[in-house]
Design a protein around this ligand. Structure first.
Ligand SMILES: NC(=O)c1ccc[n+]([C@@H]2O[C@H](COP(=O)([O-])OP(=O)(O)OC[C@H]3O[C@@H](n4cnc5c(N)ncnc54)[C@H](OP(=O)(O)O)[C@@H]3O)[C@@H](O)[C@H]2O)c1
Length: 292
């Protein structure tokens, strides 16, 4: 079974490609230069050549702040492209796994968001992702929309790598302590998606629909940073890092972010037997990979 994976050079895409062989999944993962999702004719050519049995769309426009001034591109990649993929999948009679985000919610809830909570994105990025979700849902019954949050990995641009870089520069870190969510390791998420891909292949009845997947536990960006630095201290036996909690208003950004975006992941655990790893453990493993 050949799965077409988009976003092969991103955090999640890199992990999907890296882990697929060990999971017994064959993937075709074109680079952005080979298949730009906004070039619909090119996507159709690749579809015809690859004839995938399923698609995992891990590509996205993920620059949350820049999206505020690049909304056309954000919507082209995050809304129009998944809509087009869903149409192609519908025509080919194959399923689509669309990856989405906690930023479709407004953060006003005080308990973890469940899949059926109404979306109310605060910025362009969240709105574009919510529109992509709706298009997939409206076009193709055989879809899985899997929302995740606070993704990090040893690659690309993410919070773990940023904190390690700033710590190496010896700076005092001032980190927002009043936005909470669940850090999610791209390697763990890829493993979960590949195990679901195995189910698609098995011919089992699939409970199509929307799911949440993130690391187990809830913390603030400050708590996340403190754990990264504590892990670094433990591994390197040095203790020179200073991290100070601040409020969101002390760190203004172009896009508003939800103050609370923890996701209830019980549906994916029950429906697909997926286990969530404690977020702290996965942070430690990622730092070990980065230091190796
Ligand atoms: N990162 C997070 O914290 C986070 C949180 C919640 C949900 N998510 C969701 O999780 C998924 C994976 O995120 P990620 O962190 O792996 O993102 P990422 O590292 O930014 O990777 C996305 C990849 O998609 C590529 N891409 C952008 N525009 C494209 C286009 N027109 N055609 C083909 N590829 C294109 C990007 O290329 P360039 O880099 O060259 O643009 C990048 O390689 C996305 O759906 C994202 O919305 C992410």
């Amino acid at each position: 079974m050949n799965i077409l994976v988009t976003g092969a050079e991103g955090q999640l895409g890199t992990e999907l490609v890296r882990q697929a062989p060990a999971c017994g999944v064959v993937v075709t993962a074109p680079l952005l230069a080979e298949m730009d999702l906004t070039n619909h004719a090119r996507v159709e050519e690749v579809f015809a050549a690859v004839r995938p049995a399923a698609v995992i769309n891990a590509a996205a426009y993920t620059l949350v702040d820049r999206a505020e001034t690049e909304s056309d591109l954000a919507f082209a990649v995050n809304a129009a492209a998944p809509a087009h993929l869903a149409r192609l999948c519908h025509r080919a009679g194959i399923p689509l796994v669309q990856v989405s985000t906690d930023y479709v919610f407004d953060g006003r809830k005080q308990t973890p968001y469940v899949e059926d909570d109404p979306v109310a994105p605060l910025g362009v990025y969240g709105r574009s992702k919510a529109e992509g979700e709706a298009a997939v849902r409206g076009t193709l019954r055989e879809h899985l929309i899997v929302r995740t949050a606070w993704l990090y990995s040893p690659y690309g641009s993410n919070f773990v790598r940023t904190i390690l870089r700033l710590a190496a520069e010896g700076r005092e870190l001032r980190i927002v302590d009043d936005q909470v969510g669940s850090p999610t390791c791209a390697a763990d998420f890829a493993e979960a998606l590949l195990s679901i891909a195995g189910r698609l292949r098995s011919g089992d009845e699939i409970p199509w629909g929307t799911y949440h997947y993130c690391g187990r536990g809830i913390t603030s960006w400050f708590g996340f940073a403190r754990h990264i630095l504590q892990t670094l201290t433990a591994r390197r036996h040095i203790e020179t890092y200073r991290v100070v909690p601040i409020a969101t208003r002390e760190y203004p950004t172009a896009a508003c972010r939800p103050v609370f975006s923890a996701l209830d992941c019980s549906r994916i655990q029950a429906g697909f037997g997926i286990n969530l790893k404690p977020w702290q453990e996965s942070v430690e493993q990622t730092i070990d990979r980065l230091l190796a």
